[in-house]
Design a protein around this ligand. Structure first.
Ligand code: CMC
Length: 392
């Protein structure tokens, strides 16, 4: 008998209690541990936000220095990891490489997989926050056919990442502080977003007692989809396909057509029925980066701004409360910074790792949490007898 609540897409089911992130979708509010995202993005740095998400409070100066030091000293990956990369086809999508390599971490760092030990859990958490930029940069270098660049630990988190991506041997690489700040802000904006699909995946995987590296690999796999983290890549591809302002009405009409599966990528959100607060900050960062790089009249930005203007005044989008989300502007920024579209979701995964791991820790510490085991409404065939193949 069907005695369960049917809630496809979990639109009305709370799967946990959480103290980490608060979203008011109607007002467009996003808080981490009570702090508005606007203030964190304006005044904080990414590692400070990591500390906040993990420990619940902003660090004081000594705690911050200690945390930065500890993260910095886990940035190297085992040298054998580099051989993992070379096992992939050179045209492999970097997200495929990420799924494999992050899953493989549990084989390399087995000494931090006892989830009953809080110390091991914290080491695993720091390891993942520290190693994700290194692995993401290696995935990028492999993708473009350049040698890996090792971490340089006197640089801040974002600068170190940019250097691992864009430095080449025999050439001096100087990190542009405006781009480093933008990178850091992009990381902050993606750090956590309560019980989204990938975070719920991490929690569900972790609810069976699986080790944290394997759980994060599961989160990466879920994030890859175009309805979720893959939307930044899909949004930029869409803007390029639209190509010029005069073609926008055609695509708006397609998005509104019930018989056309096309959707405006980077628009709409399950929870936000108002402007995504992250998208506002992202838009500002986009202008800063393009200004710094001297990009004038970027055709993609022009299409994006006009598309946003038209959509926000269109009845269909107003009625359905579809606003630009974070993925709408992040792609233009990342492209201007030199990242190919294939890397966009990888950068999202890098930044979201802290959210995943903070949520995973919270779940492990929560005595109410049991293995996640949804039920179903069975609508298949009733009992019937097996028929031998000769009689079918
Ligand atoms: N373009 C055109 N129509 C849309 C769009 C869109 N981007 N998004 C939703 N709709 C329509 C949809 O057709 C539906 O219409 P109707 O009620 O007439 O059937 C209505 O709006 C509600 O959509 P839904 O699919 O039921 O809403 P959902 O909460 O299940 O999906 C979403 C949310 C984000 C998956 C969806 O809005 C979407 O596919 N957006 C494009 C992809 C995207 O930008 N994803 C990034 C999300 S934010 C960051 C992240 O999670 O990574």
């Amino acid at each position: 008998t069907n005695m369960f609540t049917y809630d496809p897409g979990f639109t009305s089911t709370a799967s946990c209690e959480s103290k980490i992130t608060f979203i008011d979708g109607d007002e467009g509010v996003l808080l981490h541990r009570g702090y508005p995202i606007e203030q964190l993005a304006e005044h904080g740095d990414f590692l400070e936000v990591c500390y906040l998400l993990l420990y619940g409070e902003l660090p004081n100066a000594a705690q911050k220095a200690d945390f930065d030091y500890r993260v910095t000293h886990h940035t190297m990956v085992h040298e054998q990891m580099s051989r993992f990369f070379t096992g992939f086809r050179r045209d492999a999508h970097p997200m495929a490489v990420m799924c494999g390599c992050v899953g493989a971490l549990s084989a390399f760092y087995h000494d931090s997989t006892d989830i009953t030990d809080p110390k091991q859990r914290m080491i695993a958490s720091l390891r993942m926050i520290a190693k994700m930029p290194t692995i993401a940069a290696m995935a990028y270098k492999y993708h473009v056919g350049q040698p890996f660049v090792y971490p340089k630990n006197d640089l801040d988190y974002a600068s170190n990442f940019l250097r691992m991506c864009f430095a080449v041997p025999c050439e001096e690489y100087v990190v542009n502080p405006v781009l480093a700040r933008a990178m850091d802000r992009i990381f902050i904006l993606h750090a956590d977003h309560e019980q989204n699909a990938s975070t719920s995946t991490v929690r569900l995987a972790g609810s069976s007692g699986a080790n944290p590296f394997a759980c994060i690999a599961a989160g990466i796999a879920c994030l890859w989809g175009p309805a979720h983290g893959g939307a930044n890549e899909a949004a930029l591809t869409m803007l390029a396909e639209i190509g010029s302002v005069d073609r926008i009405p055609h695509f708006i009409a397609k998005a509104k057509d019930k018989n056309d599966p096309f959707r405006l990528m980077g628009f709409g959100h399950r929870v936000y029925k108002n402007y995504d607060p992250r998208a506002k900050i992202m838009q500002k960062t986009t202008h800063e980066v393009l200004g710094e790089l001297g990009v004038k009249d970027d055709p993609l930005l022009e299409v994006a701004m006009e598309l946003e203007r038209i959509a926000l005044s269109d009845e269909y989008f107003i009625e359905k409360k579809l606003y630009p989300n974070i993925d709408f502007y992040s792609g233009i920024t990342l492209k201007a910074m030199g990242f190919p579209t294939e890397m966009f979701t990888v950068l999202f995964a890098l930044a979201r790792t802290v959210g995943w791991i903070a949520q995973w820790n919270e779940m492990i510490e929560d005595p109410q949490q049991r293995i996640g085991r949804p039920r179903q409404l069975y609508v298949g065939a009733p009992t019937r007898d097996y028929v031998p193949v000769s009689k079918r």
